[in-house]
Design a protein around this ligand. Structure first.
Ligand code: FRU
Length: 539
């Protein structure tokens, strides 16, 4: 199918009203649409369907699982219920990618069985064949996961393993499963990595209050020489960070501090509810790991066994995010489930439910507020750029807007505002709009020094009382230059502000696709630079 489109660029004089048509051109958008391998025709053209985010072809998806790189392929497994569009008996769905951008769907990797549903977990390449699952030539890919049942009391969540010798296409479940069972009802989401100094496998796994055993949420650390026999060596949590919701999906990484020769350990832990703007969220801790346990750095402690909470993303829709193991360049790339348990099972899509975030490279940086884990869109996303439109610099004496049309409701937008000289109550931002008067407003407000996403008037919001929201993120950077880097898809926006030191990921479901972008400032200050890229679809 060849689609034709038109771009209209208009400069608006007052209060977001578009006036003159400056530029008009048309082009063919079909270049990348050739890889819809084995998919139903037009499946990825339905309303709200993301164009450059991973979604399952159909049915329910939640957490990313088993993310591992091997032999030129990034694997993405995911929590999947192929029979329905709400959570159900969990399978591991499977897809592969060569660039983390374009995905090929593969058959389901793991099915529920007499041990239970297959909950979240990780995968590693056992190069030394420590598990003995290898055949002497091919190192086994080993998945480590939780078995569980829904709401069935008295049955503990236990850990099992499975291996594949054909690049994750077929799996053999270990006959000795479970490999780890400590008789806890909420004990799950093992994330495993190879720890070179001790030559051992390390597992981070959450244990939490399950309404029967009252224990504060925490991460337990286990070590193993063979992925089969596990021994507990440490624990972290109990009082630290944000408590009061369930801790889930931990990930422990050792990551360099940008611009230094130093490294630190970062423990990533999802929590639901109690996220920064309600419901699901991802917190992280910075400290050290000695091969046995994690210790948070003194600078983050606030006394009495408590610590400051650091949030990876202040938006409502980034949960259960973890990183790929065995990446070729040893970088840490995270992908999260782009939804929130507050309303995930009610969002207005029918054939499929939920998408993943774009992949983000994690960077540990010294900021004006101390060490922080920043997220940046991975470089490969630049390959999706199609046509670039430069937005001229403009001073905002009064309310001013610059408008552009959104092609296929997707875009990458890079903006720099200078807030010097702006009034104390100024706003700088970007509006996504359609012809029905629906909108999403992404902005910075000088009076409170925060970034916001307002999706309260974004279209379909009534499916859950918890969806319509105005969400806030405190700014970290203190310079006069406000940097917005946005990825806009049919039903989501991801804001990487100030080089990724503030991140907000949010979904929305307009009744009609958003067709216009308006960039505005309300009371002084200026737009220094603006670029809008049309983006190709990955499907
Ligand atoms: C997180 C989570 C995990 C669990 C999985 C079940 O969203 O609750 O803790 O393993 O989903 O699908």
């Amino acid at each position: 199918m060849s689609r034709r489109w038109t771009i209209t660029v208009a400069l608006a004089g007052y209060l977001f009203a578009s006036i003159g048509v400056i530029l008009l051109f048309s082009c063919n958008s079909n270049e990348l649409n050739s890889s819809k391998k084995g998919m139903e025709e037009n499946m990825y053209d339905e309303q709200h369907r993301p164009q450059f985010h991973f979604t399952p072809e159909k049915k329910w998806m939640n957490d990313p699982n088993g993310m591992v790189y091997y032999d030129d392929e990034y694997h993405l497994f995911y929590q999947y219920y192929p029979e329905g569009i709400v959570w159900g008996p969990m399978h591991w769905g499977h897809a592969v990618s060569k660039d983390l951008i374009r995905w090929e769907h593969l058959p389901i990797a793991l099915y529920p069985d007499s041990l239970g549903y297959y909950f979240s977990g990780s995968a590693v390449i056992d190069y030394n064949n420590t598990s003995g699952f290898g055949d002497g030539e091919i190192p086994p890919m080993v998945a480590i996961f939780t078995f569980g049942w829904e709401d069935e009391k008295g049955i503990a969540q236990r850990q099992g393993i499975a291996f594949s010798l054909d690049k994750g296409r077929t799996w053999t479940k270990y006959e000795g499963n479970p490999v780890l069972d400590i008789n806890l009802n909420a004990f799950r989401d093992p994330k495993v990595f190879w720890h070179r100094p001790s030559q051992k496998w390390i597992m981070s796994i959450v244990a939490s209050n399950d309404n029967e055993t009252i224990i504060p949420d925490h991460v337990k650390f286990f070590v193993s020489e063979n992925l089969i026999d596990w021994e507990q060596t440490g624990e972290f949590g109990y009082t630290y960070g944000t408590q009061g919701g369930k801790w889930e999906c931990p990930d422990l990484i050792e990551i360099p501090i940008e611009g230094t020769n130093e490294k630190k350990w970062v423990l990533i832990v999802s929590i639901n509810p109690m996220g920064p703007n309600g419901g699901s969220g991802i917190q992280y801790f910075i400290g050290d790991f000695d091969g046995k346990t994690f210790e948070i750095d003194e600078q983050f402690k606030t006394g009495g066994g408590l610590s400051k909470t650091l949030w990876m993303d202040y938006g409502r829709d980034n949960y259960a995010g973890v990183t790929w193991s065995n990446t070729p360049d040893n970088t840490f790339v995270l992908i999260g489930w782009m939804s929130n348990w507050d309303y995930a099972q009610q969002v207005p899509t029918e054939r499929w439910r939920s998408s993943m975030t774009i992949p983000r490279k994690l960077i540990l940086e010294n900021t004006v507020k101390g060490l922080r884990l920043n997220s940046k869109p991975i470089d490969q996303l630049k390959e999706l750029r199609k046509r670039k439109k430069e937005i001229p610099a403009i001073e905002f004496y009064e309310k001013r807007a610059i408008a552009d049309s959104l092609v296929n409701s997707t875009a990458e937008v890079i903006l720099q505002f200078n807030k010097k000289g702006a009034g104390e109550d100024s706003k700088f931002g970007i509006l996504l709009k359609n012809n029905k008067g629906e909108q999403v407003n992404i902005y910075f407000e000088t009076s409170v020094n925060k970034y916001f996403i307002d999706r309260s008037r974004s279209g379909k919001v009534d499916f859950s009382p918890k969806f319509a929201s105005i969400d806030a993120a405190p700014r970290i950077d203190d310079s006069d230059t406000l940097k917005f880097h946005l990825y806009i898809d049919k039903s989501s926006v991801e804001l990487f502000a100030d080089d990724g030191s503030v991140v907000m990921t949010e979904t929305f479901f307009p009744n009609e696709d958003f067709s216009t972008i308006q960039i505005y400032g309300t009371n002084g200050g200026e737009l220094v630079k603006g670029e809008i890229f049309e983006l190709n679809s990955i499907w």
